[in-house]
Each structure stands twice: as C-alpha cells, then as structure tokens.
Design a protein around this ligand. Sequence first.
Ligand code: FES
Length: 86
Amino acid sequence: MKITALTDGPLLVEGLTSLVDQNGREFTLGHAPTIALCRCGASSTKPRCDGSHTKNGFRCPPFELSKAPPAVAVWEGEGGASKPVK
Ligand code: FES
C-alpha cells in the first residue's frame, strides 16, 4: 500500500484492500483499490474526498519525511478512549 499526502488536499491511498469504520463496518471499495481520503473534514462523501477542499481553502503545511522513519504508534481502544500502547 502507498499513501501520498497531496498538497492541500486528500491522502491518496493506493493498493488499499480494506477500509473499516470505528465499528468495524467495511466500506465498499468497488473495483478501485485507490481512494482519496478527505483530510480537510468538509467532504460530504467521507471518508472519500469530494473536492470540497478546493472550495474551502484547506491548507496543510507540507511535511517531509526525515531520513530516519518516524516512530510508529500503536493504538488500542475506540474513539475517545484510544490510547497509545507503545
Ligand atoms: S480533502 Fe478533499 S474534500 Fe476534504
């Protein structure tokens, strides 16, 4: 799987095999293993991007991965009860 943070836009996820919500319900991906996930919060088709970010002026500071990969946090729990375990 590959995730690309698009400039001032969604997260483009390629090679996705499954997407579930906090209740374990699986979203239908159809025949497209690539999906654009909204990160501006304005999409009316969440979790998919519907292009609203271009209208609401969404801006996200660019980030670059350092040479050392960032630490990966493992979470457990649900919703507001989530807490990092590592
Ligand atoms: S990132 Fe596109 S609608 Fe939110």
